[in-house]
Design a protein around this ligand. Structure first.
Ligand SMILES: [Zn+2]
Length: 468
């Protein structure tokens, strides 16, 4: 890559939980497929796609927020960067924020999920200004410091995640409680704050927490009743709400900044969303709808209206940014993408994604509460590999590890088409199995000394009424 424009400013936007096929510029438009005549358009994103390079086949390294963002920020596979589980270990490799700061950039980080993308796991490392649920002031800061310094800024939005569309009362006012009441009425449910999933991504006051838990218990009900269609419709309704009520106006201002400054904009998602018996939203899933995420580059000299179907990975983003700025590189597992010659781009890449879990949601909830309360990371909980997936050479293999030691396997063509029999495609399957086994042999953390749950966590569970 010769004579390329080096950008002074980099802006990363993460639209948490945005499925790639929900970007309506796609031929495979899920919004239209689901809602028909009532379908909306993701118009602002569609417009920018026409002016930039858009990757239609970018695979996330993990289906949950923490591990997915760490893979983006380090350019290193989860099993070598420390964060391959949900909330269990700190980031063990330099993030782009640290690299940028070392290279003289001012760094800004705005997140809606300060618990997950915060101090505990090491996301604040290298960050000059950290904002919580406040993109307006984060943007003001960017406008101010960009006059004198090079900048790297990150804007994370949780509004597409459930509670779909709202995130908090602050962003949705009466619409949030009204929606909850309407849903409770529709499904004949009493207000219930005992959700199966008590985990939180953000700090909430009592009212906000009550609404979140009531929403989650509605989600529990719909999931239990296998009302997957209803859940997906709620998700889409929420996406539309978030774009119209919070994102679009912000995005306009940001595009204006990019156009007036020598800035590179990268828009992406950490994971998508899907509901079926194998996918409860996203965190337990290796479905394509969860792992395939939008990825878009926009800026001066970036080729226009390029929709790329070749496979790329989320770990390729930071190596690419380093190529286009004076941010010094680190050791990456990802490979940079030559955006200038994108018409000739050949992937030559494999993508891996894994689901590692504790198994008991109460354990991880208490663990998280103790980490937050005592402001330190405990020895990690025991986790196990539940599902994994590899994409290579136009195929993907998905494996699920069952309690009894059995393994379920499904083989897909990259077009999403399921191959009927693994047996008749055994050569392809064995090649993919070999890739996964090589990938797993590089896990730096399996076999680490793991502590049992401390007594205080067990006591905490008892005090909350759980039988431990
Ligand atoms: Zn997420």
């Amino acid at each position: 890559m010769k004579n390329i424009n080096k950008y002074n400013h980099v802006i990363l936007i993460s639209l948490d939980t945005l499925r790639n096929d929900c970007i309506t510029a796609n031929k495979d438009n899920f919004v239209k497929k689901m809602l028909g005549k009532k379908a909306f358009k993701t118009e602002k994103l569609d417009q920018i796609i026409k002016k930039g390079v858009y990757f239609k086949n970018c695979i996330s390294a993990a289906p949950y927020t923490s591990a997915s963002h760490t893979a983006y920020f380090t350019g290193v596979w989860p099993n070598q960067n420390g964060v391959y589980e949900f909330f269990n270990r700190k980031i063990a490799r330099p993030t782009v924020f640290r690299l940028a700061k070392k290279s003289g950039f001012h760094t800004i980080f705005q997140t809606d999920f300060p618990i997950i993308l915060g101090e505990s796991l090491g996301f604040k490392d290298g960050v000059d200004d950290y904002f919580i649920e406040d993109e307006k002031n984060a943007f003001k800061k960017l406008q101010h410091v960009s006059k004198k310094e090079n900048t790297l800024s990150f804007f994370h939005f949780g509004g597409i995640h459930y509670p779909y569309g709202f995130h908090k009362i602050k962003f949705a006012k009466k619409d949030f409680p009204n929606k909850i009441k309407a849903l409770e009425k529709k499904y004949g449910l009493k207000p219930n704050i005992n959700a199966s999933d008590m985990l939180d991504e953000s700090f909430r006051d009592d009212k906000d927490r009550e609404y979140l838990l009531r929403y989650k218990s509605i989600v529990d009900h719909l999931h239990f009743e296998s009302k997957y269609q209803d859940l997906l419709e709620l998700y889409l309704e929420g996406l539309d709400y978030f774009l119209k009520n919070r994102f679009n106006s912000f995005f306009d201002k940001l595009i204006d900044f990019v156009d007036k400054n020598n800035a590179l904009l990268v828009v992406f998602a950490d994971h998508g969303e899907n509901w079926n018996k194998n996918s409860r939203g996203h965190s337990d899933s290796v479905d394509d709808e969860v792992l395939r995420v939008p990825l878009l580059f926009y800026g001066k000299n970036i080729p226009k209206n390029k929709k790329i179907t070749e496979l790329v990975r989320t770990i390729d983003v930071i190596p690419t940014i380093c190529e286009y700025t004076n941010i010094k590189k680190s050791e990456f597992s990802g490979k940079s993408i030559d955006l200038q010659s994108i018409d000739f781009f050949k992937s030559n890449r494999e993508a891996y994604s894994q689901v590692w879990r504790v198994g008991d949601k109460r354990k991880i909830y208490e663990f998280q509460q103790n980490v937050l309360k005592n402001k330190k990371m405990y020895s990690p909980l025991k986790t196990k590999l539940e599902k994994e997936s590899v994409y290579a050479n136009g195929y993907s293999l998905k494996r699920k590890y069952l309690e009894d030691g059995q393994v379920e396997e499904v083989l897909f063509k990259n077009t999403g088409e399921k191959l009927e029999s693994i047996k008749t495609n055994d050569k392809i399957a064995s090649r993919l199995r070999k890739l996964l086994s090589d990938y797993n042999s590089k896990n730096k953390y399996v076999g680490d000394k793991i502590d049992e749950i401390p007594a205080e966590i067990a006591n905490g569970l008892k005090s909350m009424g759980y039988n431990v």
